[in-house]
Design a binder for this molecule. Sequence first.
Ligand code: NAP
Length: 545
Amino acid sequence: MSQAQEESVASNLVSHTEYDAVVVGAGFAGMYMLHRLREKGLSARVFETGEGVGGTWYWNRYPGARVDSPSMQYSLSFSSEMEQEWKWSEFYSPQADLEKYANHVADRFDLRRDIQFGTRVVGASFDDDTKRWLIETDRGDSVSAKYFITAAGCLSATNVPNFKGIESFEGQWYHTSRWPAEGVDLTGKRVGIIGTGSTGIQAIPVLAEQSEHLHVFQRTPNYSLPSNNTKMDPAFEQEWKQTYPQHRQAARESAVGVEIPAFSDRSALDATEEERQAAFEGAWGNYAALLATFNDITTNPEANEFVAEFVRNKIRQTVKNPEVAELLAPKGYPIGTKRICIDSGYFETYNRDNVTLVDVKTNPIEEITPTGLRTTADSYDLDVLVFATGFDAMTGPLFRMGIVGKDGLSLQDKWDAGPRTYLGISTVGFPNMFMITGPGSPSVLSNMTTSIEQHVDWIIDTITYLKKNGLENIEPMAEAEDQWVEHVNEVANLTLYPRANSWYLGANIPGKPRVFMPYVGGVGNYRKKCDEVVANNYEGFELTG
Ligand code: NAP
């Protein structure tokens, strides 16, 4: 933090105790929410655990961290001046650029004065008498707010599996999303990494370059495509900046919040083998395009298997050792049902002499030892252990805030069997609480910046409506929530998504209910539904006061 930023934080330690709104989190969601609240003349306080803005891009500093949506689209659209002025240096931005951008947003809109950093919300309860939310932090703040808005991200609650012996490890260990800002010197170190999801796949090539030897402990291999990342092409940037409004509108109406190629109207089963190979080869390097090559890749297991095998063959062509290649080739779940990764030289990394792949599906990790790690088959001496073991997604960040609604009902108890929301933005029993990109909204299945802006705008329009009409409270009705939950499940079951043990289903966290959490019905359709609810006088909500 700069001196100016530190002074701003110091002068901002809570001096008020009553706000119109309290927002949790100062990533893109929390910052844009604060900006819009202020525009409407509402008082707001943002609490942020980190010491700076950026959310995901503040925390995830692991080597190789990079966004997998194109930079021109993974950005905020609400200020056309900022859109025009900001320059992205690469097609897919690295973490450092995104953190810089987040700081630019905070400075440009003078947001820091209403953000309290280094502060975690540890309790938020609805007071049945005053109809206000009481929010408590780990720094002893106790404030009240009319509206309680969560902007804590879907992937911010880290998951470090409960390995036996972890406390005995004499080396250093890190979770990727808590990587030290000053970096870690791995020169001459024996490094082990557990996890081969999007994070592991990005980190592994860089860790291999930096360390003496890298052991990769893989339980489930993932489908990954080369990102073919490049420096930003000035002509491409120019074209986008000249036509930004059209591009943004297309993204808002799209299936996933970024412009993607239209789905083919043909089944993969009707094509010849040559036609399929040509289509897949043409889309190679763009996972959205790959899934759109035929109209049934995401819904028909047979069609899906054609693409899956195409990707496996790419791995077999890249990795020189056939046994290693076979271990890296994902099998047993359809492509696209776990987040497809994009990488920079991931599979090539296994051709290096200083990289060893260890199959911990066949021989699971038994314990962490003082000197490394032991599987059921072997022991490994390690100086540094990296956990790329993901997150308690979507519900984890909300549960960790200790949210309690009407009649003393905790969110955790209410969602004991899985999250229940109306539109992914609100839940029965928790009046005047809004969840930005909550479970039951497109969120993690979309370009986050597109979905964040849609939710923030909807929330602001709703608060404005309430004020204009002299209304105090908004809460969804049980029937509307039941129907929405049913709809979210119904559309997920039309796809192949439920066939993988993914974090979308909570399958990565022992004991978490197996429920498909995000809404797969598409960003454009979802937006229409939210707008219809408003047009029909907040259909499904009870407005009182
Ligand atoms: P993840 O997809 O949940 O992957 C976690 C990895 O850790 C998996 O390989 C998992 O194996 C392994 N693991 C967990 N517990 C284990 C255990 N007890 N023993 C052995 N292995 C274990 O987490 P992530 O890679 O951090 O990615 C999460 C999400 O963040 C992504 O899907 C993506 O949405 C987002 N992300 C995006 C970007 C980007 O934009 N470029 C980059 C990174 C992350 P199993 O699969 O067998 O459980």
